[in-house]
Design a binder for this molecule. Structure first.
Ligand SMILES: NC(=O)c1ccc[n+]([C@@H]2O[C@H](COP(=O)([O-])OP(=O)(O)OC[C@H]3O[C@@H](n4cnc5c(N)ncnc54)[C@H](OP(=O)(O)O)[C@@H]3O)[C@@H](O)[C@H]2O)c1
Length: 242
């Protein structure tokens, strides 16, 4: 590493870092010389992301974590602090998606999405706040979705979780504005990731954003000078789909 990365000396936590957007974000933050804490459930995928970062000369710490378990999130943040001494950036890219009309899905089908996409985002943000406030420095980037802005039939519950993330992030940004901690929300359109593998009739994946596109936007938000905050960034594919 050159020592000239935009995030040199900073510690970033990325949830969902095993694959898809989280993987790409973790790789990109590491290329800017942040030390990256990788959190998701699948150990093998975390190990692969960590290995790819180290191959590029970067620093990574994999901490297997189920973000729906509050105690596991607290323990992950504690371990990051114990081993790395600070937390400057949090990117919440852990998420799940399942689609279907409200009439043909059951409330029990909704719980997983609410737990991962909304509640866990709030819990993970809360877990890093005392550290970032103490440091008087921190950037939180929550990953929402364009579904929160444009109604997509079949995506009501997913949309509710993402609209929740946007609302939560807006209020948190105001609560922290005077503390030196900035909160942004990244709002991507369709991205070609493994998330689509099990979804029938997905749009043309060749026309979606690449995870690396989203990662570039996350780096932009994280690397802005401290006095400025990019709070909502909508990133859409240019290939004719949302
Ligand atoms: N792909 C798109 O078109 C798109 C568009 C807009 C927004 N988004 C959002 O972007 C985020 C990332 O999506 P993606 O497309 O990258 O999905 P993905 O490829 O399926 O990756 C999801 C990641 O989240 C992790 N995760 C899921 N449940 C978890 C849990 N309980 N605890 C910890 N980690 C968990 C997964 O790891 P484990 O399963 O190993 O835990 C995986 O690393 C999601 O919030 C998604 O809603 C995606």
């Amino acid at each position: 590493m050159s020592g000239r990365g935009a995030l040199q000396g900073q510690v970033a936590i990325v949830t969902g870092a095993g694959r898809g957007i989280g993987h790409a974000v973790a790789m990109a933050l590491a290329r800017e010389e942040a030390t990256v804490v990788l959190a998701a459930r699948t150990r093998q995928q975390l190990a692969a992301t960590a290995a790819a970062i180290r191959e590029g000369g970067g620093l990574a710490l994999a901490i297997p974590t189920d973000v729906t378990q509050d105690a596991a999130v607290e323990a992950m943040v504690e371990q990051a602090m114990a081993e790395l001494g600070r937390v400057d950036i949090l990117v919440t890219a852990a998420g799940v998606a399942s689609f279907g009309p409200v009439t043909s899905t059951k409330p029990a089908d909704w719980d997983g999405m609410l737990a991962v996409n909304l509640r866990a985002v709030m819990v993970t943000c809360r877990a890093v706040l005392p550290i970032m406030i103490r440091q008087r420095r921190g950037t939180i980037i929550n990953v929402a979705s364009v579904a929160a802005q444009r109604p997509i039939p079949g995506a009501a519950v997913y949309t509710a979780t993402k609209a929740g993330v946007i609302g939560f992030s807006r209020v948190l940004a105001e609560e922290l504005r005077a503390e030196g901690v900035r909160v942004g929300v990244l709002v991507p359109g369709a991205v070609d990731t493994p998330l689509w593998d099990t979804i029938p009739n997905s749009p043309d994946r060749g026309r979606m954003l690449r995870p690396e596109d989203v990662a570039r936007a996350a780096v932009l938000m994280a690397a802005l000078p401290q006095g400025a905050s990019l709070e909502e960034l909508t990133l859409l594919p240019q290939g004719g789909i949302l």
